[in-house]
Design a binder for this molecule. Structure first.
Ligand code: S3P
Length: 165
């Protein structure tokens, strides 16, 4: 089985994904780390040097490679489901779980964790908050296609295990 965790930057896909994979005895893959290992470049460097479209192509290619593996939990990037046919790929290849969090909570978290995130690392204050709420609204069209939608704030790995078993 493959489990895909999707949701906005900062919703906790990686933290929860690691715990879940450990419990299920599955492999854990973080899509951004996979791309960084493959290219030996940081995500911010890829955006800076080659632009977002280049990153999105790499993201799609990497997702398709990862989908060939079984028994794994993937923490996707916040934008992964919203580009190309990535959402259809994830829906077809496994169980897709959207970790839903409100934009105010995301903004609170992302204020402290934006350095390695090229889409927001230059934004502060209200500009950051506005960006998050607008992008979240745009992206929820894709996120909401997930098989399951769970509140990211209080979710535990046990809740997910119950859901998928
Ligand atoms: C992105 C989210 C990031 C990373 C890249 C673009 C996005 O992943 O893929 O910076 O478009 O939302 P995280 O959601 O893990 O921060």
């Amino acid at each position: 089985m493959r489990i895909f965790l999707i949701g906005f930057m900062g919703c906790g896909k990686t933290t929860l994904g690691k715990k879940l994979a450990r419990t299920l005895n599955y492999n854990f893959i973080d899509l951004d780390s996979y791309i960084e290992n493959k290219t030996t470049e940081k995500i911010t460097e890829i955006f800076d040097k080659k632009g977002e479209q280049y990153f999105r192509d790499l993201e799609k290619e990497s997702l398709n490679e990862i989908c060939k593996m079984d028994n794994m939990v993937l923490a996707s990037g916040g934008g992964t489901p919203c580009f190309s046919d990535n959402m259809q790929t994830m829906l077809a290849k496994g169980i897709c779980i959207y970790l839903k969090m409100e934009s105010e909570d995301l903004a609170e978290r992302l204020k402290k964790e934006k350095n390695n995130r090229p889409l927001i690392n230059q934004l502060t204050g209200n500009t950051l908050i506005d960006f998050i709420s607008e992008k979240l609204m745009e992206r929820e069209v894709f996120y909401k296609k997930a098989h399951h939608i769970l509140p990211a704030t209080n979710i535990s790995k046990t809740d997910i295990i119950k859901l998928i078993s």
